[in-house]
Design a binder for this molecule. Structure first.
Ligand SMILES: C[S@@+](CC[C@H](N)C(=O)[O-])C[C@H]1O[C@@H](n2cnc3c(N)ncnc32)[C@H](O)[C@@H]1O
Length: 274
């Protein structure tokens, strides 16, 4: 009982930290050069976009009715490939400030980041002209049906009835679970909660930080992160009942270490719920 109380307190402490999260600052820290330099193949964002593109376009590729992005934050890059393969995309985040940022772009309003180079890059990966980015933006705006509140520490993370009872066909989650969990058991439990959102045979694409102990969620706001290694990611996925299909790792070049976190690498995992 004592253990449970202390883990609940640790989760509550992280939730309190998130009240200071600033979407515009977070986007500036992580989604502008050098981390989002589309002229460099070793830049972190092009690497992530290319992993997502490959996962969705591989033979026997993933497609279906519903794709859910877990812990979207204020970002859209993670669904720019997937939006072409599913009838409906659901975005989600714990914080209303992030949901507001997403809704604003979806409704064609003000955005804290220009997503155009991202859309252009994904069009190029798909073999289309970069000028097709306006069509992709339109596609994304038309398939996103909801921007929902979510809490991955709850056994049912999404509001009741918001996705089909059999579960989504695909889940994407990037940099969420390790940065909202106080420790490895909590990270693994959260992965188990996500499994309840996925249908049998559905896929999980999980992207996350390796070796990270904090990141800046706003100027001066250090948000704690569970430092993970590759073996822990694989074992947490298996413990939570997923079948691991692929794990790729990106090692951060020294000039991508820009003082906004202490991340050493990024993992991309493709897994399946049996
Ligand atoms: C590091 S950001 C990742 C944002 C985005 N997915 C990306 O790739 O950059 C972590 C996100 O998790 C959200 N979050 C915080 N607590 C959460 C919780 N208990 N359940 C789900 N998401 C949570 C935060 O609001 C934040 O947007």
């Amino acid at each position: 009982m004592e253990g449970k109380d202390s883990s609940e307190e640790a989760v509550a402490a992280i939730e309190a930290c998130y009240q200071g999260f600033n979407p515009a600052a977070y986007l500036q820290y992580n989604y502008t050069p050098p981390r989002a330099d589309f002229q460099r193949s070793d830049s972190i964002v092009p690497w992530k976009l290319s992993c997502l593109h490959k996962a969705f376009s591989e033979a026997g590729g993933m497609k279906g009715e519903v794709l859910v992005d877990v812990g979207s934050g204020p970002t859209l890059y993670q669904v720019m490939s997937g939006c072409e393969h599913f009838d409906r995309v659901v975005l989600s985040d714990f914080l209303e400030v992030n949901r507001k940022e997403l809704r604003s772009w979806l409704q064609g309003g003000k955005s804290s980041l220009d997503w155009t180079p991202y859309l252009q890059c994904v069009c190029e990966l798909e073999g289309r002209s970069p000028t097709a980015w306006t069509e992709k933006a339109e596609r994304l705006r038309s398939v996103v049906t909801d921007v929902l509140p979510i809490n991955v520490h709850q056994p049912c993370p999404l509001p009741a009835g918001s996705i089909p009872s059999s579960g989504a066909d695909c889940l994407v989650s990037s940099f969420c679970l390790e940065s909202v969990s106080p420790d490895l058991p909590s990270f693994t439990r959260a992965l188990g909660h996500l499994s309840g959102l996925l249908r049998s045979g559905g896929h999980l694409l999980l992207i996350g930080a390796l070796g990270e102990s904090f990141y800046l969620g706003a100027p001066g706001l250090q948000i704690p992160v569970v430092p993970l290694d590759e073996a822990q990611v694989c074992s947490s996925l298996r413990t939570s009942g997923y079948q691991l299909l692929q794990l790729s790792v990106y090692h951060l070049p020294p000039d991508m270490r820009v003082g906004v976190d202490d991340v050493s690498g990024v993992f991309f995992a493709k897994a399946r719920k049996p």
